[in-house]
Design a protein. Sequence first.
Length: 171
Amino acid sequence: MKITNKISKKNKLKITPKKSLPKKNNKIIQSKVDVIYSIDSKSKHLVKFFDGGVRAGFPSPAEDYFEESIDLNQYLIKHPSATFMVKVVGDSMIDAGIFANDILIVDRSLEAKNNSIVIASINSELTVKRLIKKNSEVFLKPENKKYQPIKILDYNDNLIWGVVTSVIHKF
């Protein structure tokens, strides 16, 4: 998908389709990016935060929980001017806990390392995959056994657009 430079009233960078993603074994690579949201680093979104934690195993008796507020921008975003949120389309990252309609927080200032989950540009379209570096080869690996890794042959055509730092998932 091609990124335009216009930001709409709702802080969305609209993406318009250009070409489809490459096919691998007659399956279109899934988990594309649909919309890119810019970050308003000046706003604060304070929500109530219970510091005592929640047990995922056997429940414990009530403890002295301290209620405070947490600013989600401050907690989730380390580099506001280089951070965007993107909405996921597709199923290629479900085994990494990334599902269709999830919102990914992407930091463009971070260096992509081996095993990082990244947003990559393939044929002018953005896709989310795990970056795998083996010897001198680089792959974009889906986290769904239905799809095959994409070998990156030329960094001019295959660009790492940013590193995924968090996922926002609604049930």
